[in-house]
Design a protein around this ligand. Structure first.
Ligand code: ADP
Ligand code: MG
Length: 226
């Protein structure tokens, strides 16, 4: 539809601007965070500085998520082994998972599946999705990650046992800035969808309230055997 077209055009403009602006915001925020932390050391008003630090961290998170959007000049499409990408993401999230009492279970395949992609972007997508899964399970639980080949596509699924998404919320999930979290940015899924679309793939959300969530990513697979 025309509205969908406008929306996707808007998003690609945001993408181009975001990378540049985000970079410019990050540096001063880093300086501010440093001084806030320094000042908070010997003060009676510690809690105010903690709030300042937390809010600065929020700015950081928003800018990081924007920076993950397509940055044409930085894109390096290469053949990457899915198994390696997943392993690297799991190592990166290991300590956080431990703290949240979340177990990440990956079903690794014997065969190597290699796809054309920008590794950092695909890893960012996996991180966003797995983090959402963790945040949906405040008392811990399991996140199951699987991948398989089917009909010329690679499918990657991330399943959690969290609180799920209510039917009436589902259509809002993935819209820019939609969040149900106090400290959320509402950008993670939007950015992830955009990245997957840029790779010629698809990201779908399957969820039911109280019944966990499964995110399925499909990416085009070009057989290397040819
Ligand atoms: P954020 O995590 O900052 O809120 P996201 O774009 O990552 O932003 O997610 C948007 C919203 O979608 C979340 O606030 C949450 O309500 C819902 N959501 C996303 N993933 C999950 C999940 N795995 N389980 C339950 N709800 C989810
Ligand atoms: Mg998120």
């Amino acid at each position: 539809t025309e509205e969908a077209l406008m929306q996707s055009e808007k998003l690609s403009v945001i993408g181009e601007l975001a990378a540049g602006v985000a970079h410019e915001i990050r540096n001063p925020v880093t300086v501010l965070k440093g001084f806030v932390q320094l000042l908070s050391r010997d003060t009676k008003e510690k809690e105010f500085y903690l709030i300042m630090d937390k809010e600065l961290e929020r700015i950081n998170q928003i800018t990081n998520e924007f920076m993950a959007l397509a940055k044409p000049q930085a894109i390096k499409i290469k053949k990457e082994n899915i198994k390696d990408l997943i392993k690297e993401v799991c190592v990166f999230l290991e300590s956080e998972a431990f703290i949240q009492q979340v177990v990440m279970e990956v079903v690794y395949l014997e065969e190597d599946i290699r796809i054309d992609c920008e590794a950092n972007q695909i890893k960012q997508v996996l991180i966003n999705i797995i983090k959402n899964g963790m945040e949906a399970m405040p008392d811990g639980g399991k996140i199951k990650i699987q991948y398989y080949l089917e009909a010329g596509n690679v499918y990657l699924s991330v399943m959690d046992e969290g609180h799920g998404i209510a039917k009436e919320m589902l259509e809002n999930v993935g819209k820019p800035f939609f969040t149900t979290k106090g400290q959320g940015t509402g950008l993670g899924l939007m950015v992830s969808m955009k990245i997957i679309e840029n790779h010629g793939g698809n990201l779908t959300i399957h969820s039911e309230e109280y019944n966990g969530t499964t995110i399925i990513i499909s990416l085009p697979y070009l057989s290397e055997a040819k």
